[in-house]
Design a protein around this ligand. Structure first.
Ligand code: SF4
Length: 452
């Protein structure tokens, strides 16, 4: 529900000042990092690839190679077909990738470059080429990093999967989660005794182990052969309430092209959404919830009972990518915190309707920047801020603690290992939130308490 005062603030600015979203091809790069032996290739300038690399390295603390066609003034005027083909030749020679994920940038889209046709002519001229080429259109002025991520996953589903006779495996289209989240989901499926193809899977490529020798492309990721088998899965689970509202998604493409039944669910953050997720696995496969996950669920309920006095009635500002804030707002409601302001730079227009449908009366602000968010937050009388590290200045200005979740987290260590999903993720989030509230109460009190 948007109050008249909030509506007045939202109407005040038409320009973006400190965006609460990231560049669209950045999200696509993240998706391609989850494919085995895949190299991401940007058709655009070096500045774009450098920015994206720097942004991802600061969060994941892993080497990130992103090739680019190196647009110059000349290319911007006359087109970059030659540079695209030369760049692809170079990376095939140097990296020998199995998959190349080709993305566009603001510049190549603005000059109207027909990258789909350039990729087709490249492929036709090289019949011996072993690498699979995936092309996705990612102009950043059209969407956010989340759109880039989902469009890349959709492009892989459309361009790499094949229909086949029905198998027993499931497809898991988990959305933009952390490497720790993906590792947890793989572990959960293994405990269920169910084979799941996770697209994408950057749990190793973006949170890896030390190497004895240099690897041009970090090991890990969803193998191309597994992606091809997604068309013969028993069902697809696609996570994200906002994603479900999009006309075209990877899950919908697999349903329509390959007859793979689709279950759309929210991100499994908190008990209610994790219950729905586990129930869906049980209903499709007939497998029972593994005992150790049931035990984690029970421990979580016990923790909610023990910690409710610290969180009940507290008020939070939550911001970030739309699906993530939707899930986080539901989780906060579940533990008794009122998400007074739910904000995102995403502009699908689906966030407000979805949160209203799921209950509650938060002020929901889509398509906002951090300055508008700060204006709205000043009157929200909040106790804490929940979101990525781009909200640090906002939390400082409000004098409130920031619980760092999601992407990016540039000012803390271990971002790749932040766990959000499942009973275990909810447990970790709950403990962090309770301790943040306790620590803030201690720090802002003149006397100070040692026993709370
Ligand atoms: S110019 Fe566009 S594609 Fe390049 S980094 Fe900036 S927002 Fe991203």
């Amino acid at each position: 529900m948007t109050t008249p005062a909030a509506a007045e603030i939202l109407d005040r600015w038409t320009v973006t000042r400190n965006a609460c979203k990231l560049c669209t091809p950045l999200g696509a790069c993240l998706a391609f990092k989850g494919i085995e032996h895949c190299l991401a290739f940007l058709h655009g300038s070096q500045g774009c690839s450098t920015y994206i690399r720097r942004y991802m390295i600061s969060h994941f603390k892993e080497p990130i190679d992103i090739a680019c066609s190196n647009f110059s003034e000349h290319t911007a005027v006359f087109g970059g077909g030659v540079e695209l083909h030369t760049g692809l030749d170079n990376i095939v020679r140097q990296y020998a990738p199995t998959v190349i994920g080709i993305m566009t940038t603001c510049l190549s889209e603005t000059i109207g470059e027909d990258v789909g046709s350039l990729v087709k002519t490249y492929r036709e001229a090289r019949p011996e080429l072993a690498a699979a080429l995936v092309h996705v259109s990612t102009p950043s002025y059209r969407g956010t990093h989340a759109e880039g991520f989902h469009d890349a996953v959709l492009a892989m589903a459309e361009q790499l999967t094949e229909p086949g006779s029905r198998g027993h495996h499931l497809n898991l289209l988990a959305g933009m989660l952390s490497p720790a989240d993906l590792r947890y989901l793989k572990e959960l499926f293994a405990d269920f005794g169910v084979e799941a193809i996770l697209l994408p899977d950057y749990s190793d490529t973006l949170d890896g182990v030390p190497w004895d020798r240099y690897e041009a492309i970090p090991p890990g990721g969803t193998p191309l052969a597994a992606i091809r088998r997604m068309g013969s899965a028993q069902a697809s689970l696609e996570l994200g309430h906002i994603l479900a509202g999009r006309e075209r998604t990877a899950g919908k493409s697999l349903r329509d092209r390959c007859d793979v039944p689709l279950r759309s669910l929210g991100l499994p953050i908190g008990i209610a959404e994790t219950d729905r997720f586990c129930r869906a696995i049980q209903e499709i496969t007939g497998a029972a919830l593994p005992a150790r996950h049931e035990a984690e669920r029970q421990r979580l309920i016990d923790a909610y009972a023990d910690g409710h006095k610290y969180v009940s009635g507290k008020r939070a500002v939550v911001f970030g990518e739309e699906d993530f804030v939707c899930a986080m707002a539901l989780f906060l409601r579940e533990i008794g915190i009122i998400p007074v302001l739910v904000a995102s730079g995403g502009r699908t227009g689906l966030l407000e309707a979805k949160l209203a449908e799921l209950g509650g009366d938060s002020t929901v602000a889509g398509d906002v920047d951090f300055l508008t968010m700060a204006d709205l937050a000043k009157s929200a009388n909040a106790d804490l801020v929940v979101g990525n590290s781009k909200g640090y200045k906002l939390s400082k200005e409000l004098g409130l603690p920031l619980v760092r979740v999601g992407f990016p987290v540039h000012d803390r260590f271990g971002a790749a290992r932040l766990l959000h999903v499942g009973y275990r993720g909810a447990q970790q989030l709950f403990d962090r939130i309770v301790n943040t509230i306790i620590a803030h109460a201690q720090e802002s009190d003149e006397i100070g308490y040692t026993y709370i």
